[in-house]
Design a protein around this ligand. Structure first.
Ligand SMILES: C[S@@+](CC[C@H](N)C(=O)[O-])C[C@H]1O[C@@H](n2cnc3c(N)ncnc32)[C@H](O)[C@@H]1O
Length: 398
């Protein structure tokens, strides 16, 4: 995929993942990476900066770095081909007047090149920053490797925020760099370029094409919500729940959020996941096929797949159950819907084939994945539920 004349600006504290994500965007799109170290490196090298907060950095030397930045921006403005795209990275301090000017210079460069401009703020939790910060490659690039300043950066340092219509804030704590890069590109391409084949190849089993119709119909239906609420009562308070094929988030994720749970959504439809994000701005959401998602690289107290399982190919259904087994915390619970009978039918909205493997096969797959099929039930809409739990060892014999 080629990104044409676009400037993406990644902003966040040290070790939040700016450079890694920038390189990933570069790899995926051909954009050139202009990270802060590219600019700082000549001065940091000759001065012998060791990446620690105690280093006596001469104030005058910082002013020289600004000259390098201006020179690089001038070259981009005057000599780089008009279609080239760039990814800049910076730690920007809200209390440092010079940092606001730094931001404005990049923004101005975008205007001068008539480029699309996307400021993206990256955040990350302390534990992840600790794991990433003192890495050999960061040392080699003379980056900040000081672990003693992490709490200060997260609690006292104020990252410069500049309101902008193309702004986006993403948490990188539980996302691989390619996921974050992909999420940024969805934002960039969705805002300005429309669908890109590399990103929008439909994995939603036809639901993206009927998303408007589906959402307006589902908005009038609360089917499933009561069953999901009852199921949720057995989960730990404020537990983490993954909603697979979450759609636009109502009524299933909504019921979970109302029960005080921390919901994560995955759906392959761009339009549905955009609506999910608008409904739950604080929830983590991924536009991806459940077959490909790495489920935020974390484990969950509960996983729901409402109206999804039978849309997948039979082997993908079995794989998904195995993937969920690996993503459950000890004692975690999984709930999915699929008919009791073995059957095939055409989805009423998409016309695509749906397949139920039937209760006996689901039981076998669930048990082979090391899980226990606890119960089954039907709801007011004749949807059949499989209630599954992780074995916590308590049911074992002698
Ligand atoms: C019948 S809808 C159910 C949506 C939602 N769970 C609800 O209760 O309203 C099926 C959803 O699964 C999503 N979907 C279909 N195939 C998928 C896949 N392979 N990976 C992720 N999501 C998928 C569709 O985009 C759609 O949002």
């Amino acid at each position: 995929m080629n990104l044409r004349n676009t400037i993406i600006y990644l902003i966040g504290v040290p070790a939040v993942g700016k450079y890694t994500v920038a390189k990933e965007i570069g790899r995926m799109t051909g954009a050139k990476v202009v990270d802060n170290q590219l600019i700082n490196f000549p001065v940091f090298s000759v001065i012998g900066y060791d990446g620690t907060a105690n280093f006596p950095f001469p104030h005058g030397a910082s002013a020289q770095i600004e000259k390098i930045q201006r020179a690089v921006l001038t070259v981009i403005r005057d000599f780089c081909p008009p279609d080239d795209s760039f990814v800049f990275t910076n730690v920007l301090d809200a209390r440092a007047p010079g940092d606001k000017a730094w931001f404005r210079r990049i923004e101005r460069l975008a205007r001068q090149r008539k480029a699309k401009f996307f400021p993206i703020w990256l955040t990350c939790d302390a534990e992840m920053i600790r794991q990433r910060k003192d890495a050999p490659e960061r040392r080699a690039r003379r980056k900040d490797i000081d672990l003693t300043t992490i709490d200060w950066y997260l609690q006292e340092f104020e990252v410069l925020k500049v309101p902008h219509p193309n702004a986006l804030t993403l948490d990188t704590s539980h996302c691989r760099p390619e996921q974050t890069a992909r999420r940024i590109l969805e934002h960039v391409l969705g805002t300005d370029y429309g669908a890109s084949p590399a990103i929008s190849a439909d994995r939603s089993n036809g639901y993206e094409a009927v998303s408007g119709e589906f959402m307006s119909g589902r908005a009038r239906s609360s089917i499933g919500a009561a069953t999901v609420r009852r199921w949720a009562k057995d989960l730990p308070p404020s537990g983490d729940v993954l909603d697979l094929g979450c759609g636009h988030g109502a009524p299933i994720s909504e019921a979970l959020v109302d029960e005080g749970l921390n919901v994560f959504g995955v759906d392959a439809s761009r339009t549905m996941i955009a609506a999910f994000r608008a409904r739950f701005p604080h929830a983590q959401a991924e536009c991806n096929a459940v077959e490909d998602s790495c489920f935020f690289d974390r484990r969950f107290d509960g996983v729901v797949a409402w109206g999804l399982m039978f849309l997948l190919q039979p082997d993908a259904q079995a794989n998904l159950i195995n993937k969920v087994a690996a993503a459950l915390k000890p004692g975690g619970r999984f709930m999915f819907t699929a008919p009791y009978q073995v059957c095939e039918w055409s989805d009423i909205l998409t016309g695509q084939k749906s397949v139920s493997l039937g209760a006996d096969a689901y039981r076998r797959i669930v048990e082979a994945a090391g899980l226990i099929l606890d119960d089954e039930d039907d709801d007011e809409g004749q949807n059949h539920y499989y209630f599954v739990r992780e074995s916590d060892g308590s049911e074992g014999g002698d």
